[in-house]
Design a protein around this ligand. Structure first.
Ligand SMILES: N[C@@H](CCC(=O)N[C@@H](CS)C(=O)NCC(=O)O)C(=O)O
Length: 266
């Protein structure tokens, strides 16, 4: 069986989980411990980031390379359009999601969690050095502006990232206005990349992703609770309900795909 080396909270791993579920390819998750577990990842794949997919003898790092491999090895339920223009747009949108949306979403999520001590350390970017990670966990929320600057996320960074994301979400709402998926009537890699890239803006419910308790279904205030972007998050809920396999033995939380949407982080 395929093995996905991952962090459960990684947006890039979530992209691959969405794709594997869409293609209905069974797989086993191997949760990697940040830091120490990444030594094993380096030995396995020659680099230290997740996700890494092991498919038989093949070891593939990088979510884009993994998606392309899956498309080739498991061609049923195709992900990448064959029409050249559609294919170009699909690859460009995937790159936009990975390279533009994900970094901004990380910044605003850390900003939102400054006031949320239980989640602070769990959801800090995994590249945060361990000593700083424990320092952040111990500090009162209002001192985190200071520390935020130290990890590269100060209040101005958060404002700039949020403004950029508002434009990205506005663009997505427009793209989805007249079609069920970003590139038309069928989902593509672009849809799964965008859905995963926005995971930190509003977390999927525990039904789908095993995140720290209480976080599922919650979203970044000022982004996930803005009526203008509601159509986008509704679209993402529908995508999950249709294609993402629910975890077993997890009661659906309030705010699951079809229910009302709790959107603020206390
Ligand atoms: N381009 C890579 C990015 C992967 C990536 O940024 N992974 C993060 C987790 S979301 C990671 O492994 N961070 C740990 C580190 O950089 O040491 C991909 O698409 O897979």
């Amino acid at each position: 069986m395929l093995e996905l080396y991952q962090f459960e909270a990684s947006t890039f791993a979530e992209k691959i989980r969405l794709i594997l579920d869409y293609k209905q390819v069974p797989y086993r998750k191997v949760e990697v411990t940040p830091g120490v577990g990444q030594v094993e990842i380096f030995q396995l794949s020659g680099q230290r980031q997740v996700p890494v997919l092991k498919d038989g003898e093949l070891v593939i790092p990088d979510s884009t390379a993994i998606a392309l491999h899956l498309e080739k090895a498991y061609p049923d339920r195709p992900l990448i359009p064959t029409d050249p223009k559609q294919k170009g747009l699909c690859l460009a949108l995937e790159s936009w999601a990975d390279e533009a949306i994900v970094p901004k979403a990380r910044v605003v999520m850390v900003g939102a969690f400054k006031q949320h001590p239980n989640f602070r350390t769990a959801l800090l970017p995994s590249f945060t050095p361990a000593p700083l990670r424990s320092l952040v966990g111990a500090l009162p929320g209002d001192l985190l502006n200071l520390v935020g600057t130290g990890v590269g996320f100060g209040p101005d960074d958060i404002k700039i990232a949020a403004a950029g994301l508002r434009q990205d979400l506005q663009a997505l709402v427009l793209m989805l206005q007249n079609s069920p998926y970003l590139l038309g009537d069928a989902p593509t890699l672009a849809d799964f990349a965008v859905a995963a890239a926005t995971m930190y803006l509003k977390f999927p419910t525990a039904q789908y992703v095993d995140l720290p308790e209480g976080i599922g279904g919650k979203g970044v205030p000022g982004i996930a609770d803005v009526p203008e972007y509601r159509a986008f998050f509704d679209w993402r809920d529908r995508l999950y309900a249709k294609f993402r396999t629910a975890r077993t033995n997890v009661p659906p939380a309030a705010g699951s795909a079809s229910g009302p949407t709790p959107i603020s982080i206390d």
